[in-house]
Design a protein around this ligand. Structure first.
Ligand code: FAD
Length: 452
């Protein structure tokens, strides 16, 4: 790799920005990262008890690129499938894949972010500037204006390029929106009428996991649901995905009696494990969920957005971070391919990523319905059964979920097109009560005949 004297400015040291800083530094670039928050490594005491995320093959492929797969995997808990907890019925397990080597991983979000920051900081050509809030971006000249929050002083800095990895509320994207007609900038933001709130299942008295450790748990309830991902310290982080409106919505459940009544009616099997749910319900904030699409992602060959800044999605496929990490890997490929010509790299990046970001955004919305409403539906359960058998029998068959989650060499756009067609066909075949009598080879043949 030829070290380049070019200086890259990255706005935002979240998951995407810290990985990008590390990779670009490994390539020899000088990297300066401005992050508005304080350094999370200085204030964080227990990463294991924190909010967690599902890391899967696309994210891991990006970890390979920076040589961190094994280190990251040490901090992960494998989740081999979904453990479904129907109301009033027995819990059952549904594997994510018919191939035992295909599973997703629960990882602490701050733990992973801190690891990436440590690795980036260990590079002599990376400068991490915390407490620096970027307020303005000169898109054409790759210049940022930021306030150092420790002194309240304003400064500017200029790079060969600026990359905004500053999340869903991106200031870099807003600077592009300020040039709407010049850039022909398109933008859409669609909020769900659902928000989310985190609760906890603490570890048992023996510091163990109180429910199955190697699964992503779902309590599907039609228009709302709770999910749980395991943490290393024996706890689980629960996430309520829940409407704002309606009698039982976040906006209207205001008293302890209402919340207790709601949980006792809808989540009785969960309550023995959640001693603090009432306190947590009232103390923890409600987060919004939405999809942001925009285009272009770059301006003047000098400024670009990446990760949630350019494509925030709802979390139901567990792919937001994975897609952001995939952005970094694809960007890195393009830096190699175009030999450091930024104008070409930035254009090629948006050209290759936009349709894939749109595809995973759409798939994530599909999965919202599936998780809260379909996972305990008969046709869906039958389909999953057939899909498992197909994956166990045929080397070249992958379900839609597997195409998206375990086939990182396929683009999201291809996974979406192929996966949706497969789903349509299988759901049609499995709606027949005699579905189990159809030979597996017939399913396979029909799936192979699908035209894309
Ligand atoms: C409830 C929930 C569950 C999720 N679960 C999963 C999952 O299981 N798997 C998965 O892959 N994804 C998941 N995601 C998505 C994932 O969290 C995001 O896709 C990911 O965090 C995007 O990373 P990012 O670095 O682009 O943005 P962010 O993580 O938002 O980081 C942006 C950074 O920029 C900084 N910043 C912002 N503005 C400025 C500024 N003006 N100046 C300087 N710095 C600034 C911020 O402080 C922050 O550090 C989930 C999301 C939610 C909401």
């Amino acid at each position: 790799m030829t070290p380049s004297p070019s200086k890259l400015i990255i706005v935002g040291a979240g998951l995407c920005g810290s990985l990008l800083a590390l990779r670009m530094a490994q390539r020899g670039y000088k990297v300066v990262v401005y992050e508005k928050s304080a350094d999370m490594r200085k204030n964080y005491h227990d990463a294991g008890r924190s909010i967690n995320l599902a890391l899967s093959a696309r994210g891991l492929m990006a970890m390979d690129r920076v040589g961190l797969r094994n280190k990251v995997m040490e901090d992960c808990i494998p989740m081999k499938g979904r453990m479904i907890h129907p109301l009033g019925g027995d819990s059952f397990f549904s594997a994510y894949s018919g191939r035992s080597e295909d599973y997703i991983n629960s990882v602490s979000r701050p733990g992973l972010n801190m690891m990436l920051l440590n690795e980036a900081e260990a590079m002599e050509n990376v400068q991490l500037r915390f407490n620096c809030n970027v307020a303005k971006v000169d898109l054409e000249n790759a210049e940022v204006e930021y306030t150092d929050r420790t002194t309240d002083e304003k400064h500017t800095d200029k790079g060969a390029i600026v990359i905004g990895t500053d999340g869903a509320g991106s200031v870099v994207r807003k600077a592009m929106m300020g040039k709407t007609t010049k850039l022909l900038f398109n933008y859409s933001q669609d909020f769900l009428r659902h928000g989310y709130k985190e609760l906890t299942i603490p570890p048992s008295a023996t510091k163990d996991w109180k429910i199955e450790k190697n699964a992503l748990h779902i309590w599907p309830r039609g228009h709302f649901m709770i999910i749980a991902l395991p943490n290393k310290n024996g706890s689980f982080t629960l996430t309520m995905f829940h409407p704002y409106e309606s009698d039982i919505g976040f906006n209207n459940m205001k008293t302890q009696e209402q919340v207790r009544g709601f949980f006792e009616t809808n989540f009785p099997s969960l309550l023995p494990h959640t001693p603090d749910y009432l306190t947590e319900y009232f103390e923890n904030p409600v987060g919004t969920l939405g999809t942001i699409k925009c285009y272009p992602w770059q301006a003047y060959g000098r400024t670009m957005i990446m990760g949630d800044a350019s494509h925030a999605i709802v979390p139901f496929y567990g792919q937001g971070m994975n897609a952001a990490f995939e952005d970094v890997r694809v960007f890195d490929d393009l830096v190699e391919l175009h030999d450091g010509n930024w104008a070409e790299i930035l254009k090629a990046f948006e050209d290759s990523r936009k349709e894939n970001a749109d595809a995973i955004a759409d798939l994530a919305l599909d999965n919202f319905q599936e998780m809260q409403d379909k996972v305990d539906d008969q046709a869906f359960i039958r389909k999953r059964k057939i899909e498992m058998q197909l994956e166990q029998t045929y080397d070249d068959y992958y379900s839609k979920y597997s195409l998206v989650t375990f086939r990182p060499e396929l683009s999201y756009a291809v996974a979406k097109a192929q996966g949706r067609k497969q789903d349509e066909l299988l759901l049609r075949m499995c709606a027949d009560d005699n579905y189990a009598e159809i030979p597996l080879s017939d399913y396979y043949k029909q799936l192979k005949n699908i035209e894309l």
